[in-house]
Design a protein around this ligand. Sequence first.
Ligand code: DGY
Length: 321
Amino acid sequence: MKPKVLLTHPLLPEAMDYLASEVELELATREMILPRSELLERIGDKQGLLCFLTDTIDREVMDRAPELKVIANCAVGVNNIDLKEAWNRGLLVTNTPEVLTEATADLTLALILATTRRLVAADRFCREGRFRGWQIDLFLGQELSGRTLGIIGFGRIGRAVARRALAFNLKVIYHDPQPLQPALEKELQVEYRELEELLRQADIVSIHASLRPQSYHLISRDRLELMKRTAVLINVARGPIVEEKALAEALASGRLWAAGLDVYENEPEITPELMGLDNVVLLPHIGSATYETRKKMCFMAVKNLLQGLRGEPPDNLIEPF
Ligand code: DGY
């Protein structure tokens, strides 16, 4: 008998067809964000769950799923899953690392360029019919060459951003709970800094940490105060790492020069004060959204799920830490 699997949101069609051929598949909903009541209602008799960062998989969900064996998240971040609860119950939890590194790093650079060169405001200016001809001081931005990029969280994505930054002649400093060996720092041309020091020195601060209790509001109101008035903050990781209200105030008052955000504290809600500001670029969590990457993520999540259901160790198992 084929195992029963709940899919909380459609995958790209090729991956969904493949999954449907291997398991007894129930697609929970076509709505963008699965209503929790539906998740709780449908998980009951399933052995597998293929879910997304928009689904909160906590004790209540697991209580409703006595037969559940595998939770395959179609994302690299797993902050939407209560890992300890899952591990206590012997559930396998998997994610989709590596395949999204380059796409997310590309988007980071896009945000760095969009904010430092004010691209979105300039585009709006043209569309509003306000371009009357070249002017010496029209949309003056900040040059990247020679400036300092501070990367918070120096895992795969942080390092991919660093590689790109060197091509723009940026100096790269980083902060991570586990600093690199000096030889590797030398090879990657990066230097370690304590967090506060990084915030004081960087012209652009880019966040690539995972969301854990220790990183909640890591960029707090007080820490925003440490940044240069001319600095730019980029967040493509997880919204709650930044105290969003404090960021909106800093941008509105001119305390901070600009920000580029792909993620939000209470996603999909965005702090209303950010909406009216010209010095922030707001994206709808599209860091990994290239066709190639999303396809790889879908197939990877499916493979992890099937491996777990067959009793094989999934390629991307999140081990208890
Ligand atoms: C992830 O995978 O965690 C990203 O936020 C979405 O691709």
